[in-house]
Ligand binder design. Structure first.
Ligand code: AMP
Length: 156
């Protein structure tokens, strides 16, 4: 059976293409699996070695993950990054994690991209992630106010 790709806004989080992959209803190019985490090759890689790491918990975005699912992903990310770097021969890489359609999330099941950043482009292989970084300057008064707001939110 061939792999499928489509923009998957999902009707429920357990209905996305990644939940179907977790349940074995759709195939994937699996590179790692444990009780809480699955990693597989991205079907439309932007670099050789482009890998996706997902929790088995059907959370749409990072902020909806349980602490346990987050810890499970965090525990294996460094090991997976090392393995992808070794396999791709790249020493630089990006970890990308999009949340929400506005932030370019296409599949509404939380996922972490490990994207090697090649020094040169091989034939048929992508160049990795290009990043626009429209930075500003942090205002001290604004920073103080912002810290308070985040602290209040963290207490909830
Ligand atoms: P994002 O824009 O962060 O939601 O990225 C979703 C990623 O999922 C894209 O890079 C897709 O190429 C990838 N993708 C979608 N469907 C599949 C699939 N069936 N197997 C592997 N990767 C997929």
């Amino acid at each position: 059976m061939a792999c499928h790709y489509y923009f998957d806004m999902g009707t429920t989080t357990s209905d996305t293409i990644f939940s179907k992959i977790i349940r074995g209803e759709i195939p994937c190019h699996r590179v790692y699996e444990d009780d809480h985490v699955l990693a597989f090759l991205d079907i439309n890689p932007i670099a050789y070695g482009h890998t996706l790491v997902i929790p088995k918990q059907a959370a749409a975005t990072l902020d909806r993950m349980s602490d346990e699912a987050g810890a499970a992903v965090g525990r294996v990310l460094p090991r997976l990054a090392r393995a992808v770097m070794e396999a791709s021969g790249c020493s630089a890489y990006n970890v990308l994690q999009n949340n929400g359609g506005l932030a370019h999330q296409a599949v509404m099941h939380v996922h972490f991209h490990i994207i090697p950043k090649p020094a040169t482009t091989g034939v048929g292989h992508g160049v990795g992630l290009g990043i626009g970084w429209p930075s500003g300057k942090l205002d001290a008064a604004e920073a103080k106010e912002l810290i308070e707001k985040i602290k209040i939110a963290l207490r909830r």
